[in-house]
Design a protein around this ligand. Structure first.
Ligand code: SF4
Ligand code: SF4
Length: 375
């Protein structure tokens, strides 16, 4: 095993556009039993794909026949140089990682190019790369590679904070593994206290069934009534348990990844604009962006839900339009719910009118409940 070779590969990863790199061994994962317990409790909600191919997840050697090490990389997505930050009343709340270009695509292309150069320069070397996909517990591998340590909010945490994304290349080259970091949380419990939905039920345990991020991105159809208020005005993901982390509050040098900045055409898209998007407008606004994971109907549902939680009168008209014109029943359900939350004569009249016209029983039920809320 050559230290020089490991240093060279890490230097190549930095030259390929990543911010940090480390090497992990391929021993079975120490936290494998915790992962199985997490699945067993149903904490993964409806993300059944996480329960597939567990053998490879727990024994990374099985991911690529002949693999002998993993080159793990990190890409910092916040803070960014001249990020064009937009917060406040108008712009919908969106997790920072999803504001610019889709990182799967950005990091995947860089890893693919790096893998190709390794195969070419090291004859006989085979590679397989992943970004947040495949049967890989990448957070555990990255922790083993010294890129961070798992925090109580379940994010990987380093002394530069937790605003970074992970990718990895499985290699048939033998490389000496890096040293893992030691605990960075100590007695801090800020993330557990700050989570508005109690999704961090205990340190190091995330219950997806309570997490804003899960409901806003992964769930299809109308949101269950009991989670709607908890979603507040997030329309994609949630950053709260990272925002409060002392390691993220410290000043970190900004990364230079222009592709990850929020582009001007999406800066102009407020909740009203989001709710009224048609298929063409959606394609134009979100092409190549990670928010496509929630799909158009999911983003519109989330926008209507956020309006219901903000309870501002200026949202009444666009919500009435959605209630009357929107094709997707889950969006009409949320428009009805939001009108019931905001209230007022105009909202009530529109709900009563739509109640007579509505053909979908689930939407009719929502309208009834919204009218009851206004009674
Ligand atoms: Fe809680 Fe939001 Fe963190 Fe989920 S992402 S655990 S809802 S603070
Ligand atoms: Fe750890 Fe505190 Fe950060 Fe939570 S907020 S991850 S407990 S350091």
């Amino acid at each position: 095993m050559s230290l020089d070779l490991a240093s060279e590969l890490k230097a190549r990863a930095l030259a390929a556009g990543f911010d940090r790199a480390g090497v992990s061994s391929l021993e079975p994962l120490e936290h494998g039993p915790d992962f199985l317990r997490w699945l067993g409790r149903g904490d993964h909600a409806e993300m059944d794909y996480l329960a597939h191919r567990t053998e490879e997840r727990l024994e990374p050697r099985k991911v690529l026949p002949g693999a002998r090490s993993v080159l793990c990389v990190a890409l910092q997505y916040w803070p960014l140089e001249e990020a064009g930050e937009v917060e406040g009343d108008l712009w919908p709340r969106v997790a920072r990682y999803a504001r610019g270009r889709d990182y799967h695509n950005l990091m995947g292309k860089r890893l693919k190019k790096l893998s190709k150069s390794l195969r070419s320069d090291f004859p006989g070397c085979e590679t397989r790369h992943y970004v947040d996909t495949g049967p890989v517990l990448e957070r555990e591998l990255a922790a083993r590679a010294g890129l961070g340590v798992v925090g109580k909010n379940t994010c990987l945490l380093s002394r530069q904070g937790s605003w970074f994304l992970l990718g990895e290349i499985f290699l048939t080259l033998e490389l000496p593994p890096d040293e893992p970091l030691t605990d960075l949380c100590g007695r801090c419990t800020r993330c557990l206290e700050a989570c508005p939905t109690d999704a961090l039920r205990e340190p190091y345990r995330l219950d997806s069934r309570r997490c804003i991020s899960y409901w806003s991105i992964e769930h299809r159809g109308a949101l269950p009534e009991e989670v709607r208020h908890g979603q507040k005005d997030w329309v994609f993901g949630c950053d709260i348990c990272q925002e409060v982390c002392p390691w993220n509050i410290r000043e970190s040098p900004p990364a230079s990844h222009p592709d990850l900045k929020l582009p001007p055409h999406r800066q102009r898209l407020d909740l009203i604009g989001l709710l009224s998007l048609d298929a063409e407008g959606y394609r134009e606004a979100f092409i190549g962006n990670a928010m496509q994971r929630a799909r158009l109907d999911g983003l519109k549902r989330n926008a209507a839900n956020a309006m219901g939680n903000r309870r501002e009168e200026r949202y009444i008209e666009p919500l009435i339009n959605a209630l009357q014109e929107e094709v997707e029943p889950s969006v009409r359900c949320h428009a009805a719910w939001a009108l019931g939350q905001i209230g007022g004569e105009q909202a009530k009249t529109a709900l009563e009118g739509q109640r007579r016209r509505e053909g979908d029983p689930t939407v009719s039920q929502e309208i009834l409940q919204a009218l009851e809320a206004l009674a």
